[in-house]
Design a protein around this ligand. Structure first.
Ligand SMILES: NC(=O)c1ccc[n+]([C@@H]2O[C@H](COP(=O)([O-])OP(=O)(O)OC[C@H]3O[C@@H](n4cnc5c(N)ncnc54)[C@H](OP(=O)(O)O)[C@@H]3O)[C@@H](O)[C@H]2O)c1
Length: 386
């Protein structure tokens, strides 16, 4: 029987590639729910093709337009209630969480409470609420299936040998400014930062890749997915993005997972798990790969990485605050209101002001996030105070 899937964020980069995977495996995967933000026209096309049972968009006005386009064939919902209805849709076996930010956090918690497996592309979920989500998933017997390419790679390396793993290595492309001086980094524009050298992704994650905050968020995500101390999680710059993740074993062996830079691969593995299906991506051509290189990240020019390690080690509500302040700062940078090098400055400033709460409840996390967003917006207005 086909696996029944609800996609949160179907119109985004991950969502569209997930639908490519579903399109390639119509007998194995069936779409029962699709949720999007503002791109109701693309959602209408997706609904016409995949015929889900429910769709949702952010605004009531777009929902009304969708209803006209789709007629009575599909239930149409809107807003947070709509996103929740798709996440908790009764016939869905698995929910792919591919919205940006923490908009789907509460709905993901509810989907887990209902026993639905979660394919997790959204890294902010585990960054903000890693302890809560992993404990809940484990108590409900729910699988958290990583979609992020690095975590998917490490997941495959550590499978069936958890007790032999002494550490993991996340690779990072290093972004477009790997070789930039401090002075050059100050002048970076949003247009330049949005041109990622190896991956095509949504705007927020592309900026995070350029600051290395993306890797920092992935370190925190890995801590929860693989239950490892931060001392055992390394980051290495690998500009070719062919080795996605590695595991160090007790006897000194290192297992690596390699593939082409195509997100449909990890998306498909999360949807097909525990099976492996035919590839959508081209096979790796080793002779065409000139070289694979590795180098240490420059933690001074790219302070976001260490900010994330520090926030992860501090625990409690600090990682949530790191993530929320970063999101506000990235938005301000994209709007031309903040310099590239001020993004980590704002994040550090907000973390410093925050009074953390240990073992936070969902309510504590949402409150910390609200506070961090407000504090970050105010700090950006008055940058001299940071
Ligand atoms: N792209 C990648 O290669 C990649 C790799 C690893 C992990 N991730 C993670 O996956 C997540 C998605 O990334 P992306 O690159 O796919 O982002 P994206 O292209 O910006 O897409 C975001 C999606 O979320 C929807 N959305 C945003 N806010 C929403 C809300 N409040 N309610 C309902 N839908 C909402 C958007 O809808 P509209 O477009 O209709 O407004 C869109 O479908 C992020 O957490 C990112 O860190 C991405």
């Amino acid at each position: 029987m086909a696996k029944r899937i609800a996609v949160l964020g179907s119109t985004g980069s991950i969502g569209r590639q997930a639908l490519d995977v579903v399109r390639a495996h119509p007998d194995r995967l069936r779409i029962v729910g699709l949720a999007a933000g503002h791109n109701w026209e693309l959602l209408a096309q997706q609904a016409a093709e995949f015929v889900p049972e429910i769709v949702s968009v952010e605004s009531e006005a777009d929902a009304a337009r969708l209803k006209v386009r789709l007629g009575d064939r599909v239930k149409v919902s809107a807003g947070a209630a709509g996103l929740n209805a798709v996440a908790t849709w009764p016939t869905a076996d698995l929910v792919l969480v591919a919205v940006t930010g923490t908009a789907a956090l509460v709905h993901t918690v509810e989907a887990i409470q209902l026993g639905k497996d979660i394919a997790l592309a959204n890294k902010e979920t585990l960054v903000a609420a890693g302890e809560l989500i992993t404990e809940l998933a484990s108590s409900m017997g729910v699988q958290l299936l990583p979609v992020d390419s690095e975590h998917s790679a490490i997941w495959q390396c550590v499978a069936h040998r958890r007790s032999e793993v002494t550490g993991i290595v996340l690779t990072a492309s290093g972004g477009p400014f790997r070789r930039f001086s401090r002075e050059e980094l100050q002048e970076v524009t949003p247009e330049a930062a949005l041109r990622h050298p190896t991956w095509k992704m949504g705007p927020k994650i592309t900026i995070d890749s350029a600051t290395l905050m993306n890797k920092g968020l992935e370190v925190i995500e890995a801590r929860w997915l693989f239950d490892l101390d931060y001392d055992r999680i390394e980051v290495v710059i690998h500009p070719q993005s062919i080795v996605h993740g590695m595991a160090r074993l007790r006897d000194g062996t290192v297992l690596a997972c390699l593939s082409s830079t195509d997100m449909r691969l990890p998306i498909q593995y999360a949807l097909s798990y525990p099976e492996r299906w035919e590839a959508l991506a081209d096979p790796l051509d080793f002779c065409a790969l000139a070289k694979l290189t590795f180098e240490a990240p420059d933690r001074e020019r790219f302070p976001s990485l260490d900010l994330a390690y520090q926030a992860g080690r501090a625990g409690g509500t600090v990682p949530c605050v790191l993530n929320a302040a970063n999101e506000v700062a990235v938005t301000a940078f994209l709007q031309g209101r903040l310099r590239f090098t001020d993004i980590p400055r704002v994040v550090a400033c907000i973390i410093e002001k925050h009074i953390s709460k240990k073992r936070p409840s969902l309510g504590d996390i949402l409150e910390a996030e609200r506070w961090a967003r407000e504090a970050a917006r105010a700090a950006i207005e008055r940058m001299s105070q940071c």
